[in-house]
Design a protein around this ligand. Structure first.
Ligand code: SAH
Ligand code: SF4
Ligand code: F3S
Length: 429
């Protein structure tokens, strides 16, 4: 039996693409191995969102060269966003790579891996949203589901529109059928995936789609990522409020608190618009968690702009953020802007952002001490095998000492006994 080794970088979209490639390879008789030395094919599913992600991949790829020397039959595939961006130049740079597969072409992986000669599959695939692929999911409780592909927003810093192509929504009926199947298999939570789920459009819009999913028996929790602030409608806010399975958490990337920088980023909203949207969310959905992404050190960002971002973070009080140093990506508008900041300044600003947010996250978590939360159990805690681990509806991790036997998929009421910076501890009530 042939074996594949899948090495995945990047976002949830990529993790799910890996599940689909795994599903296709398994249907072809392959089995999985975690050890590249043991594999007949190694697939790197890559990410090019920041330079660091790219470097991480290239250094890992380099290590497979030696394995291939000892085992010449080994095939090496580069899939994902770097594959799309670099195309044939990957074969020039690293000639031991056999296949280059862009995100829109993973559906062809079965044919590709049969080929004895090199394959570069990076053409635009207009049917990407209509093709159904069997995903080999590792989790048995929580599942990712694509509802749309690509992105039309062209934020000036972002590579994604170039690697994932134009926005395409998947037909509602095919999404609903997949979720029904998952419910039958015992899945409890689904996360709908798209670069900008609020602009989902098929024969229904996104709030209507949530309404349909909410009616599927067996599914207990519905989540979605990512929301773009410019498209978060009142209708969606009411849907989150009124649909009992839709969790009280929105990931709403702000990127910067400075409206001047937001304009340079081509985000199409002002800071005041963002605050207004957050105000509505908090008013309609008490207890909602709001998380965000922030970029530190965008071109032209002054000390003043940076302070504005720090103040914004304090004013809004996010439950958590992902913060990144601006990384110029080839071909994007921001990479060509003349006023690029020093690495040192970017680092300083990033640390300040993280420091301010860490304190807010801790305070927010502490406010939950003594409160009862609904937790979906995911399994044994990664850090402590004597504890179970799960998440609140607001997506906070809760570790629970195993007083009674709990199983992945159980939904339990838990009293929060202690708040830590990045997780909570609690006991079932
Ligand atoms: N479609 C999603 C996710 C995009 S990538 C969205 O719009 O939110 C996730 C995050 O990576 C972005 O929100 C942004 O904060 C960050 N990011 C993207 N490009 C970047 C770059 N060139 N440098 C630094 N951070 C970047
Ligand atoms: Fe990138 Fe902006 Fe699209 Fe998100 S919305 S994927 S940040 S271009
Ligand atoms: Fe995701 Fe990275 Fe591509 S964040 S969309 S895998 S560039």
């Amino acid at each position: 039996m042939k074996k594949y080794c899948m090495i995945t970088f990047g976002c949830q979209m990529n993790v799910h693409d890996s599940e689909k490639m795994a599903g296709l390879l398994k249907s072809e008789g392959y089995s999985e191995t975690e050890d590249p030395k043991d594999a007949d094919i190694v697939i790197f599913n890559t990410c090019s969102i920041r330079q660091k992600a790219e470097q991480k991949f290239f250094s890992q790829l380099g290590r497979t060269k030696a394995i291939k020397k000892r085992k010449p039959g080994l095939k090496i595939a580069v899939a994902g966003c770097i594959a799309q961006q670099e195309g044939s130049s990957i074969l020039q740079r690293t000639p031991y790579v056999d296949y280059v597969i862009g995100p829109q072409n993973i559906c062809a992986i079965k044919d590709i891996v049969r080929s004895d000669s090199a394959v570069i599959a990076t053409d635009d695939n207009p049917n990407v949203a209509d093709i159904e692929l069997p995903a080999d999911r590792k989790d048995t409780v929580r599942a990712w589901i694509n509802i749309m592909y690509g992105c039309n927003n062209f934020c000036s810093y972002c590579i994604v529109p170039y690697t994932r192509g134009r926005e395409k929504s998947r037909p509602a009926i095919s999404i609903l059928d997949e979720i029904k199947e998952l419910a039958d298999k015992g899945f409890k939570e689904i996360t709908l995936l798209g670069q900008n789920v609020n602009s989902y459009k098929s024969d229904m819009n996104f709030p209507a789609l949530l309404g349909e999913i909410n009616r599927i028996g067996g599914i207990e929790r519905i989540r979605f990522v990512t929301s773009h602030p410019k498209d978060l409608s009142n209708e969606l806010i009411y849907a989150i409020r009124d649909l009992e399975k839709v969790c009280e958490h929105v990931h709403l990337p702000l990127q910067s608190g400075s409206t001047r920088i937001l304009a340079l980023m081509n985000r199409k909203y002002a800071y005041a618009d963002y605050v207004k949207t957050v105000g509505k969310l908090c008013k309609e959905i008490p207890g909602i968690a709001i998380t965000s992404d922030i970029i530190a050190g965008f071109p032209y960002e002054t000390d003043e702009d940076h302070k504005t971002t720090i103040n914004a973070i304090k004013e809004i009080g996010f439950d958590g953020i992902f913060a990144f140093k601006f990384s110029p990506r080839p071909g994007t508008k921001a990479s060509e802007m003349t006023d690029q900041l020093d690495e040192g300044i970017k680092t300083e600003r990033l640390y300040e952002i993280l420091e301010v947010q860490n304190k807010i996250t801790e305070d927010k978590n502490r406010m939950l001490e003594g409160r009862v939360q609904e937790v979906l159990i995911e399994g044994i805690s990664e850090n402590d095998s004597k504890k179970f681990s799960g998440r609140t509806r607001t997506n906070k991790i809760v570790n629970i000492p195993s007083t009674k036997s709990l199983r992945a998929g159980d939904i339990v009421k838990v009293k929060v006994t202690r708040a830590l910076r990045h997780s909570l501890e609690g006991k079932p009530v």
